[in-house]
Every structure is written in C-alpha cells, then in structure tokens.
Write a protein that binds this ligand. Structure first.
Ligand code: DC
Length: 219
C-alpha cells in the first residue's frame, strides 16, 4: 500500500507550505487539492457561469485537465499559477466546493496522485473522504488572527496591500461556509491528530508531522 499523509484544515492554516515541505523531506509527491477547486472556480468565472449552476460547474470539473510542471499550473495552455491564488478565486472556490457533483467529479483526479514512494495531500477532506486509509492524518489549525496575519504577510510580500480586519472577516466567512456545507464539511477526520500552529514556526510544525510519521512507521 502506498503511504499517504493527509493534512487538512481551514484556509490559511499553513497546510500548503507544511505539506509541501513534509513531501520534500520524505521524497513524496504532493497534492494540493484546493488547487483543483480553485481551477474549477477560475475556469467557471472565465466562462461567466453562475457559480450556483451545478450542471454547468460539474461539466467544467469533469473536463478539467490541468498540467502540473515544475511548480507551475497550466490550464488549457494558460499559466494560471498566480491567478488561482487571488482572493476572488478562493471565494469562488469555496462556493463551487459546496456542490456535491463537483466534488465527485474531482475524486478520481485526487486518487490518481497516490503514487510510489508516497503522497502528502492537503485539503479539507483528504483524511475523511479521499484517503480514509491514510496511516497518518493531521488536522492543522490556527487561530483566525494568526491565519489573517500570515495571509497579510504573504500578500505584502507580493506587494499587495490588504486590510487585516477585512482579511480576518473573509477567513471567518470562508471557515463558516466550509464547515457548514452539507457535503464533506470541514472537520477533523476520525483518528486525525490535531495540530494548532498559532504559536509554532513552519519548521516546528513540519518537525511535528515528521515525528508523528516516524512513530506511525514504528508502530
Ligand atoms: O485550500 P484552499 O484555500 O486552496 O482551498 C480553496 C477552497 O476549496 C476552499 O474554500 C475549500 C475548498 N476545498 C475543499 O472543499 N476541499 C478540498 N479538499 C480542498 C479545498
């Protein structure tokens, strides 16, 4: 069985950075499942679709054929790596992610990324739905304030000005939508280890996940 480490958690909890570094440390593949929802949202916005039109968005998800090369994401010949990180796309992603048939269309794409020697998958339902047999499941969280501060710093690095109060409100609104939706609401998977990174550095967080993984291999 190819090992999988799942890292789920709310927006801006640092999942992406932590998952990518854990994958690098172990020589595993890395799946950023949120990117698939962002890509679906991006393509839907570009086609000017109504984000509540499940038939239309399902068709977009079904046809989705992103190419991941050298850290870049190409969709239908367009480099969308940075575009899908925009807040507006994130908000749209959380709307399309609430549509059950859109989620089912993306299941195979996610399962296919389980390849030897192993996979680190980050998202919301990696441990609960996509890889329920993962030997290590982590639920990475942090306070809304800590997450808003991190998002603020990221945006600042990119030269984008943002307002911390608005960012905190946006995060809380997206948490609510992700936690309250009927399908696959954001919640720790059964058996997940909860890791609160509010007061931890990225290195400390990565080290904790690697320690848990070693323990799990020894068990
Ligand atoms: O992790 P992220 O911010 O890139 O995810 C974008 C949106 O996609 C987020 O609002 C919730 C949704 N998502 C999901 O429902 N299930 C996943 N496995 C990953 C992301």
């Amino acid at each position: 069985m190819i090992p999988v480490i799942t890292i789920d958690g709310p927006t801006a909890s640092g999942k992406g950075t932590v998952a990518a570094r854990v994958a690098e440390a172990l020589g595993f593949y890395y799946l950023d499942s949120g990117a698939l929802y962002r890509l679906t949202a991006y393509a839907s916005l570009k086609a000017e679709l109504d984000l509540a039109d499940e038939d239309a968005i399902e068709a977009v998800a079904k046809a989705l054929a992103p190419e991941f090369k050298g850290g870049r994401i190409v969709l239908d010949g367009e480099d969308v790596t940075d575009k899908i990180r925009m807040e507006a796309v994130g908000v749209a992603a959380s709307k399309v992610a609430a549509l059950p048939r859109v989620r089912s269309q993306l299941v195979q794409l996610q399962k296919r990324s389980r390849q030897a020697p192993g996979l680190v998958a980050d998202g919301r339902d990696m441990g609960s739905v996509i890889f329920p047999d993962a030997p290590l499941k982590v639920f990475l969280t942090a306070s809304a304030e800590a997450r808003a501060q991190r998002r603020f710093n990221q945006l600042k690095e990119k030269g984008i000005t943002a307002n911390i109060t608005t960012l905190t409100q946006d995060l809380q609104e997206r948490d609510r939508r992700d936690m309250e939706r009927a399908v696959c609401p954001l919640a720790p998977a059964a058996g997940a280890k909860i890791l609160d990174s509010s007061n931890l550095t990225v290195e400390e967080t990565v080290a904790q996940v690697l320690t848990w993984y070693k323990e799990c291999l020894a068990a």
